[in-house]
Structures are given as C-alpha cells and as structure tokens.
Design a protein around this ligand. Sequence first.
Ligand code: FES
Length: 271
Amino acid sequence: MTAVESSTKVVLGGTRGGPDVATLRQDRWWIQPVITVAVLTAFVIYSTWAAFQNRYYYVGADVHRDLISPFYSPCLASNCVPGAKAGFAFSGWTLSPALLILIFPLGFRLTCYYYRRSYYRAFWWSPPSCAVSDAHGSYSGETRFPLIMQNLHRYFFYAGLAFNVLLTYDAIIAFRQPGLGLGVTVGTLVLLTNAVLLWLYSISCHACRHLCGGHVKSFKAHPIRYRIWKFLTPLNAIHMNFAWASLVFVALTDVYVRLVASGALTDYKLF
Ligand code: FES
C-alpha cells in the first residue's frame, strides 16, 4: 500500500473525521470538556447561592477578627453588616450587597480568552476538542450580539485590577485582630492566598501582556516595557493554571469566611 492509499481524505471546510464520524481520535478527549462543565457549573451554582445569602459574609470585632468574603467586598450597600461597610454606601439598597459588585469579577472571567476557549468547547461543542466535529453547522465568531461583548475584556481587566487592590487591602486588614493587636490566623492566610492568586490571574492575562508590550513595534526603544513583557510572558503561558486555581480558591475563601461567621468553624490564631 502506498502512502497516498493509506492516508485519510480530508474535505476542507467539511466535517472533521469524515461525514459519518465525529472524530477519528481514540484517546479520551472528552475528559477535559466534562471537567470544565462540572467545575464551572459548580462554581456558578455556589456563587449564585452565596451572593443571594446576604449573611455570614463578615467576621468582625465581636470575635476579634476582620475577615470579609471576596464575594461581598467592597460592601457598598447601607444594609451591609456593621464593620463590613466600605467608605461609600448606596442607601436604600435592600437586596444582597454582593449583587452590586459581582458583575465586575463575573464579567472579567466570562470574557477571559482562556475561559472563552474552555466554555465554547465544553458547553457549545464548538468544537468540543481538537479534530472533533463542531456541534453547529455555522460559525459567526464574536461578531454579533451577545458574543461581540467579549471585546470588553480589556475594560473588565481594568475593573479586575481595582478589585485586586481592594481584596489585597482586605487581606492586609485581616492581620488586625480588634482588641488583641496584630496577628496571623488561618483566615489571614486564606485571604492573603486568595489575593495572590487573583493578582497572578490578572497579570498573566492576555490583555495585560498585550497592554504592557504586545503592541510595541520596537522593544529597543521601550526597554522597560520589554522587561515587563519578558516577565509576564512565562506567566501568560500558564494563565490556565491561575484561572482555575483562583476560581476555586475564591469560592473556598467565601466558604471559609461563611463557616467562621456562622459559628460552624473557629478561625485559629497561628501567632
Ligand atoms: S485572558 Fe484570561 S483574564 Fe484576560
């Protein structure tokens, strides 16, 4: 048999794997989309539930702590629990304060280039994996509403940076133990880890790398941008890892604060 006879015919623009089979792949390509669907669905269900709870999001001076859930920070409503309130508050807001701010972190994640690739594959099967048939007959890209909104990613990135600053402030404040002085508790480390992971997720963002050095024609003329770009490039290569780690940890941080605030768990002082 010659090399030509043993090859698989491919129709350009046609169905991958041929007209009768979705794919010729024999590995377990479906594992990745299944995990993506499971983790993202669990996160959306939990975060929606937590955002509507409107309680147990702050651990305050009554137990010598200053811990706030990232889902509720900054707490911008007049109905925030005492101690959790940010400097500015919307008066007359009667719903959960989390609903005032969640659009920003949510928009940042939803429009993220990496998550887009993941949820287009996992939920829309467009396509579910490399060399596997699309579940759709046509493709319009991100040129129409609502997907054209994905182009707002850079602006959500700016908002994300502001939130990172605020959550870092929360983590620093968590070293304060009202009535006892300064110290480190498990909660302090949880808030600190959450802030670090969110920074790593943000600075490894594709838009961040492009803003810092991607559009520069000559690095020779911009040595500082070149250094920043060189620093960010390896982080950008593992953006996926930071995307998942920060997503899972932000939910775990809310779980931790919720358990301590409800009295189900004690926030142990380490030193
Ligand atoms: S590409 Fe993922 S946060 Fe920007």
